[in-house]
Design a protein around this ligand. Structure first.
Ligand code: ATP
Ligand code: MG
Ligand code: MG
Length: 383
């Protein structure tokens, strides 16, 4: 059998393992934690740090291609792997996506052809930068340049004093101050590009966040007009072409109250907002990643049913203020028409931790939304 490798053992790696195995591949996972969602599903787990050269060499030797499910994998590790096997996405692409400043500079450079700009921003690397912040950037959000996800490493700021406090609070690490924009709604565009430059773009997804974490994804998005969808999809295709990207990549956009489109960030991997593709599209984002890695033709991105995805956080294991987890009523969830329950095999639920998701695939979007509201009721999630 042909082996594919993945750096990272989280739920994205697990769903990749499942998709690749369905296509007949064997999958090796490299991850420091032995007990991890992808490790339990993989054909082989290499338990080592992401920069362990002996482990990387073993992965490269075993696998016809290696990918990453974790955007903060050291870019040098991907470069090391690339000297020994086919790696997609490449180190250079991942390193742009790991650094919010580089990412914004890259998006800005793409703007003449992509037609979209990032939010107005300023790099905050030291106190001199804080003194020089233009008033027009307030109110704003201070974000760490590296490592942030699910809204972690972000502070809302109204003044230079707020920025000084927040910057010190984050230990003085490199940050970027972004102007807070008046959002009408948020969308993401999932794409894939093959080594031969062939590209595909999935239907645009509308996303709702709660406390900085993705709450629901709805496709087709109830707010999205055809013009905005076409503009965001064209921008995403232009960006991946300019990046010379290979593999699955997702770009998040803001749609402002005046209808204009702003590019937020990109994830060099399958994305939480693309989970709906597992149940609602001909080719899931994970099967697509396997195709791109194995340099096979990319798959059909057609969506066959309206879909809504609800993230399941550890919170639903806890009733009220209780500290004792109890299993949610999955039987009631599974009785809802069109329900597809995905749990990631994590044994220790914690509040705020992504434990799984449910995608409702129904004949109409209204039915899917109705079933999602019913699921929220069953799980005790305020809607
Ligand atoms: P992810 O888990 O998607 O990687 P993240 O921690 O990298 O999240 P962002 O995507 O930058 O964070 O921001 C999280 C959310 O905060 C956005 O989806 C949006 O709802 C809100 N947000 C971020 N930046 C802005 C902005 N400039 N103006 C308005 N809202 C914003
Ligand atoms: Mg992010
Ligand atoms: Mg984001």
């Amino acid at each position: 059998a042909t082996w594919l490798g993945v750096m990272g053992g989280g739920q994205l790696g697990r769903m990749f393992v499942h998709a690749a195995q369905m296509m007949g591949f064997k999958v090796a996972v490299l991850e420091p934690a032995r007990d991890c969602p992808a490790g339990h599903a993989a054909d082989h787990l290499i338990c080592a740090k992401y920069d362990d050269e002996a482990a990387l060499a073993e992965l490269a030797l075993k696998c016809a291609a290696v990918t990453t499910e974790f955007e903060n994998v050291p870019a040098q590790s991907l470069a090391f792997l690339a000297e020994r096997t086919f790696v997609a996405p490449g180190a250079a692409c991942v390193s742009v996506a790991q650094d919010r400043l580089e990412e914004k500079r890259f998006f800005t450079g793409c703007a003449p052809t992509s037609g979209v700009l990032p939010a107005p921003y300023k790099a905050i690397l030291g106190n001199d930068d804080i003194d020089a912040i233009p008033d027009a950037l307030f109110p704003g959000i201070l974000k760490t340049v590296r490592m942030g996800y699910d809204g972690k490493g972000q502070v809302r700021v109204k003044s230079k004093d707020d920025v000084r406090n927040a910057f010190a609070g984050m230990g003085g690490v490199a940050c970027v101050l972004e102007k807070m924009l008046p959002l009408a709604y948020e969308v993401s565009v999932l794409t894939a590009r093959g080594a031969d430059g062939e590209s595909v773009v999935y239907p645009i997804a509308e996303n709702v966040h709660r406390d900085g974490i993705l709450f629901t994804t709805t496709v087709p998005g109830p707010n999205v007009c055809a013009e905005t969808a076409a503009k965001a999809q064209a921008a995403a295709l232009s960006i991946i072409a300019q990046l010379g990207y290979v593999g699955v990549l997702c770009i998040e956009f803001f749609v402002l109250q005046d209808g204009s489109l702003v590019v937020n960030e990109m994830a060099p991997r399958p994305h939480n907002s693309g989970h709906y593709t597992i149940d609602a599209c001909v080719t899931s984002q994970f099967a697509q990643q396997a195709r791109a890695m194995a340099r096979l033709p990319l798959g059909d991105v057609r969506q066959h049913s309206p879909a809504v995805m609800l993230n399941i956080l550890g919170d639903v294991w806890f009733e009220g203020d209780s500290d004792t987890p109890r299993e949610p009523a999955w039987d009631k969830i599974l009785a809802l028409p069109g329900a597809n329950l995905h749990l990631y095999g994590k044994d220790d639920p914690r509040r705020g931790r992504k434990m799984g998701h449910i995608t409702f695939v129904d004949p109409t979007l209204e039915l899917a939304q109705q079933n999602l509201r019913a699921a929220c009721g069953i799980l005790g999630i305020p809607f």
